[in-house]
Design a protein around this ligand. Structure first.
Ligand code: MN
Length: 481
């Protein structure tokens, strides 16, 4: 994935004369270089501001813009530009000098370093415009400020990727399921990603063209990466070959169509011998979005979060079963097969076991545990007239070995506590399918929701159930427009 640019736009005006503007440009250049973003000439009038905003829109490599008012920049000059701007915005409220030069401070210093009021003028206009934006406050050398900017930039990259995301659905939805349904037209208008369906026969045709040598070289790759069960090397080798053929075919189909995410469903497997499990796991590990049972919203959210996480463990997930010990209640997350090995804590074992549903041959899968540590679950739901993003902060934990469980899994503790966290999730309408991630935070998803203009409900440390119920009630009104 190419790293896009973030543009650094500095606001000023002509009032201060060329000497001051030269200094403003020099300071901005230094800050932009230090932040690893792209410096653009200092903006001093409405025509230039409008032109740079239109340039940002037109440049496919520009993922977002940072705005900073080094001096006072009368904000009416920004109306023409900001009303046109389509890229994510971060308002950086910083100052070139960290410390006041107590013994030498004079009016020149004050006039040069006046973001303290310049950015308030900007912020006021942002409110008038209803501008979606993140705000970072503090000196640009401060690690907290830099981290805030870096995290936002990753979300902006993810947003940019989402605009070009195409999700391929093999078959339709699992029959009768509510939460995986939704309005694909609204989703494309809101988030940019498109979702289209294909018959399984189209995939089977690609599968039939896969050569034996391609299959055996992929199995060699499996051998390097995983501990393969003996039976898959011997009497059940043909199941492994089938699984490898599925992976090659799905990958080829997705590449040919420019897809970066896909769904499958066990209720539509015409022409496939087994439910694709291994293929889904391995394609997720390569950055593809995936949703089981036709869940295209989770597939798109996973693709987005893969970009934001930049390779850190992120997987399709399902809340499966509970450990209801009152002293330490836990959730076991897993799926029939399809958990991404990017969250594996150990070298995955490749195994084959029966699958009770779908009426097909036993599927091959990777089995592993997920590591302990802070993580999130995220669910994007369609409420009919709008979308809601629900985020649950959790702590993944180590648990005793589960030698008879034939699927990859993660076990976690819900915040703020089991009762409030789970009640809150159910009250908000969160799905059983989620994206589980160690690399994306609730704060990142708040930034995403701000850019997309959707509701984001975070359930974490400090959440009180009664307050959450009120938040949901009030948000019904806030997001009605
Ligand atoms: Mn499921």
């Amino acid at each position: 994935m190419p790293t896009p640019e973030i543009w650094f736009l500095t606001g000023s005006q002509h009032l201060y004369g060329p000497e001051t503007l030269r200094q403003v440009a020099a300071n901005s250049t230094e800050i932009a270089a230090s932040l690893g973003v792209t410096f653009k000439p200092v903006l001093t009038d409405s025509d230039a501001i409008r032109a740079i905003c239109l340039d940002a829109n037109a440049d496919p490599n520009c993922a977002g813009v940072i705005l900073w008012m080094h001096t006072f920049s009368p904000a009416k000059m920004w109306i023409g530009g900001l009303t046109q701007l389509k890229k994510p915005v971060l308002h950086l409220h910083t100052q070139f000098n960290r410390d006041l030069p107590w013994s030498s401070i004079d009016m020149d210093f004050m006039n040069l370093n006046q973001a303290a009021h310049g950015d308030r003028e900007a912020g006021h206009l942002h409110v008038r415009l209803g501008l979606a934006r993140a705000i970072a406050v503090g000196h640009w050398s401060n690690p907290r400020v830099r981290d805030r900017i870096e995290r936002w930039a990753r979300v902006a990259y993810g947003w940019q990727a989402l605009q070009a995301t195409k999700i391929c659905r093999f078959g339709d939805n699992m029959r009768q399921v509510s939460v995986t349904e939704g309005d694909k037209v609204s989703a494309e208008m809101k988030f940019g990603f498109s979702v289209n369906g294909f018959g399984l026969g189209d995939l089977v045709a690609v599968m039939n063209d896969v050569s034996e040598s391609e299959v055996s070289s992929l199995i060699q790759e499996y051998d390097e990466l995983y501990d393969i069960a003996d039976e898959l090397r011997n009497d059940r080798r043909s199941s492994l070959e089938d699984a490898a053929r599925q992976e090659i075919a799905i990958r080829r189909f997705l590449e040919a169509g420019g897809f970066t995410g896909f769904t499958t469903t066990f209720e539509d497997l015409h022409g496939l011998n087994q439910l694709p499990g291994l293929a889904c796991q391995r394609l997720m590990a390569d950055g593809y979005g995936f949703g089981a049972e036709g869940d295209w919203k989770t597939a798109a959210l996973l693709r987005f979060m893969k970009v934001v996480a930049n390779g850190e463990g992120t997987s399709f997930m399902e809340d499966y079963t509970y450990h209801l010990d009152p002293d330490r209640p836990l959730v076991l997350g897993a799926h029939m097969l399809e958990i991404c090995p990017s969250i594996a804590n150990n070298r995955p074992r490749m195994e084959i076991h029966p699958l009770g549903i779908g009426g097909k041959a036993d599927p091959v899968r990777l089995v592993f545990d997920a590591p302990p540590g802070p993580a999130i679950n995220a669910s994007l739901i369609d409420l009919g007239h709008r979308f809601r993003l629900i985020v649950s902060e959790v702590d993944a934990v180590d648990v005793p070995a589960m030698p008879k469980l034939p699927v990859a899994r993660a076990v976690w503790k819900v915040k703020p506590d089991f009762e409030s966290g789970i009640a809150g999730w159910i009250r908000a309408g969160g799905a059983h399918h989620t994206v589980f991630s160690y690399g994306v935070t609730a704060a990142d998803l708040r930034d995403f929701a701000e850019i997309a203009g959707i509701e984001c409900v975070v359930i974490g440390e400090g959440t009180r159930y009664d307050d959450l119920v009120n938040e949901l009630r009030w948000n019904e009104v806030a997001f009605r427009a």
